[in-house]
Design a protein around this ligand. Structure first.
Ligand code: SAM
Length: 339
């Protein structure tokens, strides 16, 4: 929006300065040009300090610059109504819908479905592929640092097996394979897995075994592993599925093994009922990236039931940031083998 010309000319000098302030607030704080209606809507603030407060507290800014907004929860939020235990047949249906959605995403925008930025859409990927996979090195390093600072990074990783659950197109898988002796990489989507395989082969990595998760039984038959890693995966599954997978992943840990997993543990207004969800789901899956929640107290229950203890819980920036959302990365360790 331009300030010069006839329209700006009809304002007083003071008002023109104010108009400029609004325009630059949009540019600097929200990172975009405003529409004329938006500028008009901001002209009623009596003082610049009111204007500033309005910008810094608006949902658009909070979503865009989550880091600057302080804690996302106040502690006064209500409990969420979440159904997280269902019969086996329902669990199977929920997992199947998740598979259909992710396979659709995998066939159309596999890299963007992993990191939803425009540069990772298929049309732009060639110029940005390197950066996409470099971000996986960063995730692997962060994981190792969590282990290091909690005193549980093994001296030698080359004889350790890690499960990566929900490996996607192999963004982190390759980085794990360069550090661990063996990687077992699982995903629910065949198109994602195929791209992950191709990328690993292009690097000559031969210590990764990829496998597709097609039904709940596949999750309960995971091999024993020294470490488990899963990020930006569980949050895309309905709560009963999150609960089921998390239990299976922690059960797969060897004595003293460590698991690092991320999930969304609170979202203002979120609720889940399996019956309502299935009733509203088209047969071919929803074909969108869904976000689901499992509250911390449930996560802590599963950790205890699996014979693990929490080493660290981080607030992270991995879910789409909004005030009222809480995403956590947990680092847990299985109890040691009895003497
Ligand atoms: C946002 S991507 C993240 C991929 C990878 N973890 C990363 O950080 O690059 C989510 C991946 O999880 C997979 N996924 C979602 N639900 C799953 C499930 N229940 N079991 C296995 N994989 C799942 C999807 O197919 C997709 O490849």
């Amino acid at each position: 929006m331009a300030l010069s010309g006839a329209r700006a000319g009809c304002y007083s000098r003071r008002m023109r300065a104010y108009l400029k302030a609004v325009l630059w607030a949009y540019r600097l704080i929200l990172g975009r040009e405003p529409t004329e209606e938006e500028v008009q809507a901001h002209l009623g603030y009596p003082k610049l300090s009111d204007l500033r407060r309005a910008f810094f507290s608006c949902p658009e800014f909070r979503q865009r610059e989550r880091y600057l907004c302080g804690p996302s929860l106040t502690g006064f939020e209500p409990a969420l109504l979440i159904e997280d235990a269902v019969e086996d047949a329902t669990l199977e249906k929920l997992l199947e819908l998740t598979r259909l959605s992710w396979e659709h995403l995998g066939e159309h925008e596999p890299h963007w479905s992993v990191l939803s930025a425009d540069e990772f859409k298929q049309a732009n990927l060639d110029a940005h592929r390197e950066r996409f996979y470099a971000s996986g090195q960063h995730s692997a390093e962060q994981f190792l640092n969590l282990l290091r600072r909690n005193g549980c990074l093994p001296e030698k990783l080359s004889d350790k097996r890690i499960i990566e659950y929900g490996c996607g197109v192999g963004r982190v898988t390759h980085a794990l394979a360069q550090r661990f002796g063996e990687v077992r990489a699982y995903d629910i989507s065949a198109p994602h897995l195929e791209l992950a395989r191709q990328f690993a082969a292009s690097l000559g990595l031969d210590n990764i075994r990829f496998a597709q998760i097609k039904r709940p039984q596949d999750v309960t038959q995971l091999p024993q592993a020294d470490a488990v890693y899963t990020t930006i995966v569980l949050q895309h599954n309905p709560p009963p599925v999150i609960r089921f997978i998390l239990k299976a992943l922690l059960d797969a840990l060897a004595p003293s093994g460590v698991a690092c997993f991320q999930l969304l543990t609170y979202q203002q207004g979120y609720a889940f009922s399996a019956e309502a969800y299935l009733r509203a789901s088209p047969e071919q899956g929803r074909r969108v990236v869904e976000m689901h929640v499992l509250p911390q107290r449930r996560v802590f229950e599963i950790i205890a039931q699996s014979g693990c203890r929490v080493l660290e819980t981080l607030d992270d920036a991995l879910a789409d940031y909004r005030g009222g959302d809480l995403s956590n990365t947990f680092l847990v360790q299985k109890q040691p083998a009895p003497d």
